[in-house]
Design a protein around this ligand. Structure first.
Ligand code: TXA
Ligand code: MG
Length: 318
């Protein structure tokens, strides 16, 4: 029997009983549990096979509940929350003392966001506690953007995927930390850098080495298909190089003519980066199931969501 269901009250019952449930968000599906339940949080780490030092994102239903989670809100964090929540921005702030170490990897900060998905907002509003939820994929694999992706990964490990349709943004939230009250990008994501800068001014991006092993999303190899994947600005040249192989191609907007290509996916024929982002992981899942020798992915223009897409492709190919 399928574990996929649209029954919110069933999700409420399972989560209240300290069980874990996969939930939809606008970015990717998350594997969720009560932040105050050690049993649930341990189950999240074990199911994902995720190292315990990697902290989780706390999902809350409204900005009013933020002071239950964090001890202090810098002015620019308040501005960002008001501008983008509910939405794909995660703020890393000083935690309240009662937030368990298991959620934060023992750090004194906690990551928090309000997801922009009606089903999950309804769920959060019915619960007495926030939900910790990392992306619902085994550690370092491609993130799930449909309930079916989650089912494929975890049908033997969890009781329920709350179905909220395909994720509309399709890549993870942008993560922003604060140093001396100034925002710093920890992970590029579904909110474009330029949109963030329009609210808080120029913002620094910390590269993964500076942020240490804190963040799996910042590890060099992550979001990775099992098939060898390469990233290039010159698809035609790459196709020639792999001429005798089974080739898959992931293009931004234009189709390439070549008999060597076994499967080709164009992310957005009209060249819309938001559309491309929403299809990115689904396309990688598809290509990965096609028994190819190599996936050749086209590098995006380095601005707007293109920057975030390149970040994910880079890690998928590392
Ligand atoms: O869009 C998203 O953010 C999705 C959906 C489900 O909300 N969640 C997600 O979670 O991408 P996850 O666990 O795959 O990535 C969370 C990232 C990790 O890289 C983690 O290390 C970082 O957030 N993080 C969490 N708490 C942190 C903290 N206190 N300091 C620095 N990084 C933190
Ligand atoms: Mg993840």
């Amino acid at each position: 029997m399928s574990i996929i269901s649209t029954d919110i009250s069933k999700a409420v019952a399972l989560l209240t009983a300290e069980d874990i449930v996969a939930i939809p968000t606008e970015t990717v599906y998350g594997l969720a549990g009560n932040i105050y339940s050690e049993k649930a949080i341990k189950a999240i780490f074990e199911t994902k096979n995720r190292p315990f030092f990697n902290p989780l994102i706390v999902h809350i239903p409204s900005i009013n509940t933020l002071p239950n989670i964090v001890a202090y809100i810098p002015k620019k964090a308040q501005l960002l929350a008001e501008a983008f929540w509910p939405g794909p921005i995660t703020l890393v702030l000083k935690k309240k003392a009662n937030i368990p170490d298991l959620i934060t990897g023992g750090k004194d900060t906690v990551a928090v966001r309000i997801p922009n998905h009606t089903t999950t907002l309804e769920l959060l509003n019915q619960l007495e506690f926030p939900l910790a939820a990392p992306s619902a994929n085994p550690f370092s694999s491609i993130s799930p953007t449909t309930a079916q992706h989650v089912e494929t990964y975890f049908k033997d490990n969890i009781k329920m995927v709350l179905d909220g349709g395909a994720c509309t943004s399709g890549i993870e939230s942008t993560i922003i930390g604060f140093e001396n009250d100034e925002p710093i990008i920890y992970r590029l994501g579904s909110t474009a850098l330029e949109d963030i800068e329009a609210v808080v001014g120029r913002i620094e991006i910390k590269n993964k080495k500076e942020i240490s092993p804190d963040a799996p999303g910042m590890l060099e190899r992550h979001y990775a298909p099992k098939t060898k994947t390469i990233l290039t600005t010159n698809i035609k040249e790459a196709i020639e190089k792999y001429a005798n192989k089974r080739i898959g191609v992931l293009n931004f907007k234009s189709q390439i003519e070549s008999n060597s290509i076994k499967l080709q996916i164009v992310l957005s024929k009209k060249g819309d980066m938001a559309e491309a982002a929403s299809k990115l992981y689904e396309s990688l899942h598809q290509l990965d199931q096609h028994h190819l020798d190599v996936i050749i992915a086209e590098r995006f223009p380095d601005y707007g969501l293109g920057k975030s897409i390149n970040d994910r492709l880079q890690r998928a190919t590392a």
